[in-house]
Design a protein around this ligand. Structure first.
Ligand code: PLP
Length: 401
């Protein structure tokens, strides 16, 4: 008998499991709104033009070799990534008090940051928003932190529970870590306004709470890289410390290349270099060093003025298509006279709409209309097209009437 005979089957990942179910459905009208990946108007995955160009350059360069990267990754990529999120003129970068390490996309950056904090930071409690991306609690728990939640979303208004957020962070123990979605909060699509961010910043700094930003959608929310980075930059401009996990999965469409970065903004260059020395001790026994290809693509684009400009245009086009899907879905529901206020569809930002549909309604839409989404009613706007909006609107209409 197998020495593994006692092993019980683990449940499917709640997000990735949606695609597993979708793939099994033979219906020609089936629609997958579960995945957090961009699709074209034709429903196809998109490789950006600038990515193709950068890859071509890399292939043509015969001097390139496949040696190991250093533990912290590609130095040029790390510098460019810090500049992208913190701003080209960031004093923290100029003062050399930011350490940036290349990690395995956003997830790996969060995990390395979590492990570093668990080993070296004095407060082991991290507050994450309620709700949040389903992987957050698992990443931080396994990193060795103790996870608590703060109120974030108010189902009644389908907007931010700002009072609840301030109360919960206000009663958090001094020094606690707070996970903040830099923009395009997943799954709700609800972000604080800049004025609210400023209040959050003041409260957090007054209680010495440590910000840990998750920036998985820079440029994807508003179409502007700078606008989407503004909350992070506010927290860096005050001279305080913070962590930032970046991902190029969505904004460069490099999902499977696993390109991300963890930056830790410190008070001084001396502290930053000691922090980096310890980050290496976290990374080395985990995966030794990160992969070279994706980081080389990103560095090629970020350092070339023309490729960079072309990237911002392609990025804006993705963001705009998502925004247009919001409008089309909202209009389609209005045209059907679907009961309820659906204005949150056009108010929320980023890849997802938190529809407010409950799990029974989701089950109904999957069974009767072959539409797949997570059971919390989150739909990926990037998975929609002008052709499929009417089918989704019919399904929502039937589900709520
Ligand atoms: N953080 C949030 C909020 C996300 O939505 C995602 C992806 O869905 C990630 C992090 C990490 O993604 P990746 O590891 O593919 O960069």
């Amino acid at each position: 008998d197998s020495v593994f005979a006692h092993i019980v089957r683990a449940p499917e990942d709640p997000i990735l499991g949606v695609t597993v179910a979708y793939n099994k459905d033979p219906s020609p009208v089936k629609l997958n709104l579960g995945v957090g990946a961009y699709r074209t108007e034709e429903g196809k995955p998109l490789v950006l033009n600038v990515v193709r160009q950068a890859e071509q350059q890399l292939v043509n360069d015969r001097s390139r070799v496949k040696e190991y990267l250093p533990i912290v990754g590609l130095a040029e990529y790390n510098k460019l990534s810090a500049k992208l999120i913190l701003g080209a003129d960031s004093p923290a970068i100029q003062e050399n008090r930011v350490t940036t390490v290349q990690c395995l996309s956003g997830t790996g950056s969060l995990r390395v940051g979590g492990e570093f904090l668990a080993r070296h930071y004095h407060q082991l409690t991290i507050y994450i928003p309620l709700p949040t991306w389903g992987n957050h609690p698992k990443i931080f728990t396994l990193a060795g932190l103790s996870v608590k939640t703060y109120r974030y979303y108010d189902p009644a208004t389908r907007g931010l529970d700002f009072q609840g957020l301030l109360e919960d962070l206000g009663s958090a123990p001094s020094g606690a870590i707070v996970l903040l979605h830099a923009c395009a909060h997943n799954p709700t699509g609800v972000d604080p306004t800049i004025q609210q961010w400023e209040q959050i910043r003041q409260l957090m700094r007054s209680k010495a709470l440590l910000p840990f930003f998750d920036s998985a959608y820079q440029g994807f929310a508003s179409g502007s890289l700078d606008a989407d980075a503004q909350p992070v930059r506010m927290f860096v401009a005050d001279g305080g410390e913070c962590l930032v996990a970046q991902s190029y999965a969505k904004n460069m469409g490099l999902y499977g290349e696993r390109v991300g970065a963890l930056s830790i903004v410190c008070k001084s260059a001396d502290v930053a270099s000691r922090v980096e020395s310890q980050l290496k001790l976290v990374i080395r026994p985990m995966y030794s060093s990160p992969p070279i290809h994706g980081a080389s693509i990103v560095a090629t684009i970020l350092k070339d003025r023309n490729l960079y400009t072309e990237w911002t245009i392609e990025l804006k086009a993705m963001a705009d298509r998502i925004i247009s899907m919001r409008q089309q879905l909202f209009d389609a529901l209005r045209a059907r006279g679907t009961p309820g206020d659906w204005s949150h569809i056009i108010k929320q930002i980023g890849m997802f709409t938190f529809t407010g549909l409950n799990s029974e309604q989701v089950v109904f839409m999957t069974r009767e209309y072959h539409i797949y989404m997570t059971s919390d009613g989150r739909i990926s706007m990037a998975g929609l097209s002008s052709r499929t909006v009417p089918h989704l609107a019919d399904a929502i209409h039937a589900a709520v009437t």
